[in-house]
Design a protein around this ligand. Structure first.
Ligand code: MN
Length: 199
């Protein structure tokens, strides 16, 4: 059976400096993301054992744990590819047009998503997503890895607001991290996800 595995980073851990320190990227990718991969695989094994035994006494906890770890793996996999040393600036083309149409302007979108990153309660994420039923972009604020999200959406840009994403460098100044991260957003990756989501 296929198992989840940690994707390699496409850049050196120090490549996002000064906006994100090498040590943060090393620990975040190699330890935190790895833990979600391991947790997803362990939980799948436990669910398989439950099916084998016909014993579903722990199913509620296992399903919640599965959602936490798989969503964590998905979000982190997108986060690492959303970022890069060649990032920054702002989107162009159809993605830029859709952002202007649905948020008023790029600056309004960026201010909205920055505040979503800054204000998430506890541990969580902000995300720019494509919602196919309405055919529109939305900003989501996700608690943990999976709460308050909308089924059927495609995440395009995911910003980690857990303390492990910034605390070693920014300490309690989450807003400084939430502003600095825009300097390493690869809009080419976000635009490719936007294109794939709509076609
Ligand atoms: Mn994280």
């Amino acid at each position: 059976m296929a198992t989840y595995s940690l994707p390699d980073l496409a850049y050196d851990p120090g490549a996002l400096e000064p906006h994100l320190s090498a040590r943060i990227v090393e620990l975040h990718h190699g330890k935190h993301h790895q833990a979600y991969v391991d947790g997803a695989n362990t939980t799948l094994d436990k669910l398989a054992a439950a099916r084998e035994a016909g014993d579903y006494g722990s199913i509620v906890g296992l399903q919640k744990t599965l959602a936490f770890h798989v969503a964590g793996h998905v979000l982190h996999s997108i986060y690492w590819t959303n970022l890069g040393p060649d990032g920054g600036d702002r989107p162009t083309g159809e993605l830029a047009d859709a952002i202007d149409e649905q948020f008023g302007s790029f600056d309004a979108f960026r201010a909205h998503m920055t505040q979503a990153t800054v204000s998430v309660q506890g541990s969580g994420w902000s995300a720019l997503v494509w919602e196919p039923v309405g055919g529109r972009l939305l900003v989501e604020q996700i608690e943990d890895h999976q709460d308050h999200t909308i089924l059927g959406i495609t995440p395009l840009l995911c910003i980690d607001a857990w303390e492990h994403a910034y605390y070693l460098q920014y300490e309690n100044r989450r807003a400084d991290y939430a502003n600095a991260i825009w300097n390493v957003v690869r809009w080419s990756d976000v635009a490719a996800r936007f294109e794939a989501a709509r076609t």
